[in-house]
Structure formats: C-alpha cells, structure tokens
Design a protein around this ligand. Structure first.
Ligand SMILES: Nc1nc2c(ncn2[C@@H]2O[C@H](COP(=O)(O)OP(=O)(O)OP(=O)(O)O)[C@@H](O)[C@H]2O)c(=O)[nH]1
Ligand SMILES: [Mg+2]
Length: 314
C-alpha cells in the first residue's frame, strides 16, 4: 500500500487510479490512504463545473484543458454523473468530449457514477479530488450534471463553482431552481452563438443586482465552447476568483468550514458503521416480534443499543 501511495505521489496515473478505486469502493485501507495523503493536499485549485444536461460542460472543459496545458498546468478531471450506475472511466468516458486528452500524462480523467447513495458519490468525488491534489495536479475540475443535490454538493468540494447556462434552453433565470444561482462564483453563458445570449446575460445581471452587495460579484462570461471562444476570459475569471479566495475573509471562511466538514463527515461515516453492526447483532426474530406486538417500543430498543455503543442511552 505504501508503495502505491508513493507512486501516486510521484504522479503515476495508474497508481492514482488505483487509489481512487480503493477509496470509491470503501476499501478498509481507504482511511489510512487519505490520512497519509492529507499533508500533501491544499495546493490545487478545485473547480466545480455544473449545468443542465447538454449545456456543453465537457466541450468547455476540453477547451479549458488546452489552455491550461499551454501554461504547463497539471490537470485532473472528475466527471460525476449521478444518473449513471457506472463508474471507472471506460463506459462514461465515451460520453466525454475530452478523449483528445485522455492519454496525456499530465491530464487525468476519471468518471464516477452512483453506486450507492448520492451522498456516497459526493464523498467519493471529494476524496478523489483530494487524491489528485496530493498527487500534484494544479487544477482539478469536477464536472457534474445539474440534477438537484449534486450541484449543491460540489460547492462543499470546490473552491470555485462555474454554472453553465444556455440561451433558450429553459435556463431563464426566472425558472431556475432556487439555490442554484447562489452557488455560482462564475456564470458561464455557453452556446453564446445562439439567440438570446444577451438577454440571458441581462437577466443574470438583474438577479445579481438584487442580491445586493457581496464582496465577490460573480462575473458572467460568454463562451462558444465548440469554437473555443471566450476561453481566455473564463481562465482569467477563474484565476481572479482563486486570487480573491486567497486574499479574502470569504476564502478563509470556506476553508475552515471545509476542514470542519471533513472531520464531521468522517465521524458520521464511522459512527454509521458501528450503528449498522450493532443493529445487525441485536436485530433478531424475537425482537421484531416484540416490536410488532408492541410489547416493546422502538425508543427503548434504540436506547439499549445506544447504551452498548456509547455507554449512554437516548
Ligand atoms: N451551438 C453550440 N453547441 C455547443 C457549444 N458547446 C457545446 N455544444 C454542443 O452541445 C452538445 C453537448 O455538449 P457536451 O459538452 O457533451 O455537454 P455536457 O454539458 O457535458 O453534457 P452532459 O455531460 O451530457 O450533461 C454537443 O453536441 C456539443 O457539440 C456551443 O458553444 N455552441
Ligand atoms: Mg459532459
């Protein structure tokens, strides 16, 4: 295991992929791996890219990667698809319009689908991002399709969140789901070659005006990802936001809430494991019969099990 971690830290893509698989599959080594990598993390810029299905996220990433590579950046991409049961790359990889980069030594691309819960997926994505950070990637993209909780979850992972909107795709600001606008650090109006891009921009601007004064006003960048237009402006916006985070109170606040969340998550996960084990030990036909006949209540049962776990009851 140490050898694998060592190789990964040197930037070996095969070793990195294996570490991500171990973490994704909740291997018994996962906690130790993450613990060993932790000291090496904290250098990468983690960027969440979200938006409706087909908004052009992968096309945009492909072009962004071209740009960043010219700046000699090492890049990692985690493509999260909560609607797919598949994982591991090969199958989802076909859907990605990033194949041109798939075999390059400095670009690591990985897909993740839901094996279990959505919560499990966002945790796996978070840990994959941490692994890529530790292993020397300068910029890590997390692409996630906007289908509800998933894009809200990436906020907890990403330093910078880009929300892609497309003119005439029902992405009108008025019909946008609550909570989605708030998470954006940068608005990208992609497919700006289509009618309605200016109107959409004006709507987003009005919405941002209504929000009142925020230290960071999310910029709106218009792109035509397919033709590589607007990519330089987007790169600049990303760099500006990174600088803002490193200099502002908001940046410090985000960082602190993320490290607090990490410990809380680990605690939650470990406690859930113990609870599951203890419940399995205690749950037999007799107990179920007693509960069903109401000769015992669920609170007393839970209290007794809690007593075994924590030496305290309900
Ligand atoms: N007209 C136009 N089409 C674009 C542009 N960018 C992407 N497309 C097209 O939009 C389609 C979807 O692009 P993707 O990059 O796969 O979109 P996505 O958001 O990654 O899609 P999912 O991962 O399936 O959610 C493709 O056919 C692209 O060629 C653009 O700027 N203008
Ligand atoms: Mg895509």
């Amino acid at each position: 295991m140490d050898h694998l971690v060592e190789k990964a830290l040197e930037g070996d893509h095969r070793a990195i992929a294996r570490l991500i698989s171990l973490v994704e599959n909740e291997s018994p080594f996962a906690s130790q791996i993450m613990a060993n990598l932790y000291a090496h993390t904290g250098k990468a810029h983690i960027i969440g890219v979200t938006g409706s299905p087909g908004a052009g996220k992968s096309t945009l990433l492909d072009k962004l990667i071209d740009n960043l590579k010219r700046m000699e950046k090492k890049i990692g991409v985690i493509a999260v698809d909560p609607t797919s049961p598949f994982s591991g790359g090969a199958i989802l990889g076909d859907r990605l319009r990033m194949q041109s980069h798939a075999l390059e030594p400095d670009v690591f691309i990985r897909s993740m689908g839901t094996r279990g819960s959505l919560g499990g997926l966002s945790r796996a994505a978070y840990e994959a991002a941490m692994i890529l950070d530790a292993c020397g990637k300068d910029v890590i993209f997390i692409e996630t399709v906007g289908v509800g909780q998933s894009e809200v979850d990436i906020v907890k992972i990403a330093d910078t969140v880009c929300l892609l909107l497309v003119p005439g795709m029902g992405d009108d600001v008025q019909v946008m789901k609550a909570g989605i606008m708030e998470i954006a650090d940068i608005f990208v109006i992609n497919k700006a070659d289509r009618d309605g891009a200016d109107r959409l921009e004006a709507e987003v601007n009005i919405m941002l005006d209504l929000y009142g004064s925020k230290a960071w006003r999310p910029p709106i960048v218009k792109t035509v990802a397919e033709r590589g237009e607007g990519i330089d402006a987007l790169c600049k916006a990303l760099a500006d936001h990174k600088k803002y985070l490193s200099e502002s109170e908001e940046g410090k606040k985000r960082f602190i809430s993320r490290i607090k969340m990490e410990v809380e998550e680990i605690l939650r996960r470990e406690i859930a494991k113990v609870v599951e084990e203890k419940w399995k030990e205690n749950c037999d036909d007799n107990l179920i019969r007693s509960l069903a006949s109401r000769s015992i209540d669920p609170y007393t049962v839970a209290g007794k099990i809690l007593g075994e776990i924590f030496s305290r009851g309900l």
